[in-house]
Write a new protein. Structure first.
Length: 268
């Protein structure tokens, strides 16, 4: 196996570049706290496992040793890195739906000012958004979606998609990403709607009581009530939310597979 790998160093480099770009773009592995050396090592190990399963007949012109130093091979590596970045970016869009849902109701419950740095999304995120993001990451790891992505997803992407496919299917790719962003907000609204609706009723009730009895200081009591209510609803709905998270990953991976098929024009 090692001798075969040494003879096909250009092919191994192509596989490793796509794996490394995926790790750099997807959540958890793109964190700054994860060592770059660890990312490179993991990408090399993934490429070592994937290498025997890949047929690179479409790259035969560029994977010869005499063409490694040409600009065509460099552009080929850039295209492979772009495929890995697109795949990781799409996984990040799925996770963004969960953190966006937390941002939707964090303002109503009074947690909008408590923003902290989220190491998963690498942005300032309210506490509730970070909480849902961490739960989604646990589901992503526990239900073996990460293993499915690294084992079968990458192999399927090499069998159906190459750098030339991005040139021919650029319009479809842009449309797919824009549609994914719209699904992001719809999924986030579905997750946050029960809490947002309940908090809206509490806010309306507090306003009516404040008008009926101005001497009652309901404003100072409203925030603790809304916080406790939000935590109670989250506890009650957590099994349903976990099931929704799992179905979101399932639907997202199915759409990603369809993207590979439509861009590559091949069957997995």
């Amino acid at each position: 196996m090692i001798d075969e790998l040494v003879k096909n160093i250009p092919v191994f480099t192509i596989v490793a570049v796509r794996c490394f770009a995926l790790l750099m773009a997807m959540p958890l592995f793109s964190m700054r706290s994860v060592s770059t050396v660890a990312k490179i090592s993991l990408a090399g190990f993934m490429a070592y496992l994937i290498f025997p399963q890949i047929d690179f007949s479409g790259y035969s012109e560029f994977v010869r040793m005499e063409n490694v130093s040409t600009m065509g091979f460099v552009m080929l590596l850039a295209g492979e890195a772009l495929i890995g970045i697109i795949t990781g970016f799409y996984i990040s869009i799925i996770f963004s739906a969960f953190s966006t849902a937390g941002q939707f109701f964090a303002f109503q419950m009074g947690f909008s000012a408590s923003e902290v740095y989220d190491s998963l999304s690498q942005v300032e995120n309210p506490l509730m958004g970070q909480y849902l993001n961490l739960i989604a990451m646990l589901i992503f790891l526990q239900n073996k979606w990460a293993m499915l992505l690294f084992s079968k997803g990458l192999v399927a992407s090499f069998k159906t998609l190459n750098a030339w496919s991005l040139i021919n299917g650029g319009d479809y790719l842009v449309h797919f990403l824009m549609r994914s962003l719209s699904h992001l907000f719809s999924d986030a609204l579905i997750i946050a709607l029960p809490i947002m609706g309940t908090l809206l009723l509490i806010t309306v009730s507090t306003g009516i009581l404040s008008k009926a009895a101005p001497q009652m200081n309901l404003l100072s009591e409203g925030f603790p009530i809304m916080m406790l209510t939000t935590f109670f609803i989250l506890t009650a709905l957590m099994p349903n939310m976990i099931d929704f998270f799992d179905r979101a990953f399932s639907g997202g991976f199915a759409q990603l597979e369809q993207l590979f098929l439509n861009l590559g024009g091949k069957q997995i």
